[in-house]
Design a binder for this molecule. Structure first.
Ligand SMILES: NC(=O)c1ccc[n+]([C@@H]2O[C@H](COP(=O)([O-])OP(=O)(O)OC[C@H]3O[C@@H](n4cnc5c(N)ncnc54)[C@H](OP(=O)(O)O)[C@@H]3O)[C@@H](O)[C@H]2O)c1
Length: 283
């Protein structure tokens, strides 16, 4: 049986859905079982990653764990990994493409946390695999607010920002592969989408999936700053996001592409596929 953390989130949700769909035994560790909408067949247990005893209580009968680490800072992961190791051998960890456990300096606190969690995994005695995700295509769900109900314009300060965004099902497939087949221990797989696409390209593809014409409109940085702040993000995160998008807008910017195919042998899902899969969220 696989224990899935973050099962109410983007990638954990895909892991739980795909495992259950394949007839595997799945247990989800969630903070609020009453609010969790999980597929039939997924066993749900209350637990919190900041409480290692609650993780251990969910570990009986578990062989492998899909781990997300949404907490700020990596220190509390050590007792969680100890609790896991009392019962299971394998862990697939949702890391980030920028993670580098060998580096001494990191660009931002989130990447630093992923690198530290990877270091903790390497020291844990577990058979671990890191799935180092590129930017999620699912981040574009932030556009639902503007597009739902017939909206046709996405206002953005960086319409030309280009990334090889990845479908969450591809990340889930790599994690499931690592948990259910051999030979992935101690490996870190970077997983991106197959093509570099600007925000304008992605908005156009969403329009094709919705059957209407959509476009981007350039805004000032002040408007983007105010919007992210109103969404509840702390100042440091707002500045980090805007700075990153400035980098993605540099015509010289590119990302090394490594798709799920390198691990699973299955062709990577395209952004068009993602748009078709999520079109209803934008209607
Ligand atoms: N977004 C990207 O482009 C990107 C790229 C690379 C890597 N990543 C990494 O992917 C991970 C997931 O990111 P996301 O923002 O997309 O997350 P998300 O979909 O919002 O999922 C986060 C999950 O963590 C759960 N969670 C939060 N705190 C918890 C706790 N204390 N105990 C147990 N579960 C807890 C949430 O459950 P509740 O229902 O309880 O809130 C939710 O299921 C992060 O580590 C992020 O750094 C993201």
């Amino acid at each position: 049986m696989i224990l899935v953390t973050g099962a109410t989130g983007t990638v954990g949700g895909a892991v739980a859905r795909r495992l259950a769909g394949a007839g595997e035994d799945v247990r989800a560790l969630v903070r609020s079982p009453e609010a969790a909408r999980l597929p039939a067949g997924v066993e749900v247990m209350r637990g919190d990653l900041s409480d290692p005893a609650s993780v251990e209580a969910a570990m009986h009968g578990i062989d492998g764990v899909f781990l997300v680490w949404p907490l700020p800072g990596a220190a509390p992961v050590v007792p969680v990994l100890e609790a896991v190791r009392l019962h299971a051998e394998r862990v697939a960890y949702l890391s980030s493409a920028g993670a580098d456990p060998a580096a001494e300096e990191h660009g931002d606190p989130i990447t630093a946390t992923h690198s530290e969690v990877e270091r903790a995994l390497a020291a844990s005695g577990l058979a671990w695999t890191a799935v180092r995700a590129g930017g999620f295509a699912a981040n574009d769900l932030a556009w639902t607010e503007e597009l739902r109900g017939g909206g046709s314009v996405v206002r953005t300060p960086f319409p030309e920002a280009r990334r090889a965004v990845v479908h969450e099902d591809d990340l889930a497939d790599v994690a499931i592969h690592a948990l259910t087949s051999g030979g992935h221990e101690g490996r870190a797989y970077t997983v991106t989408g197959p093509e570099m696409l600007s925000e304008t390209d992605r908005v156009r593809f969403l329009g094709e999936a919705l059957g209407r014409t959509l476009k981007t409109e350039r805004t000032g940085l002040d408007e983007a700053h105010a919007r992210l702040t109103a969404a509840g993000l702390p100042a440091e995160a707002v500045n980090g996001i805007l700075e990153a998008h400035r980098t993605f807008s540099d015509p010289a910017y590119t990302e090394e592409r490594h798709t799920a195919e390198e691990v699973t042998g299955m062709p990577p899902r395209t952004y068009r596929q993602w748009a078709a899969d999520h079109a209803d969220a934008f209607r």
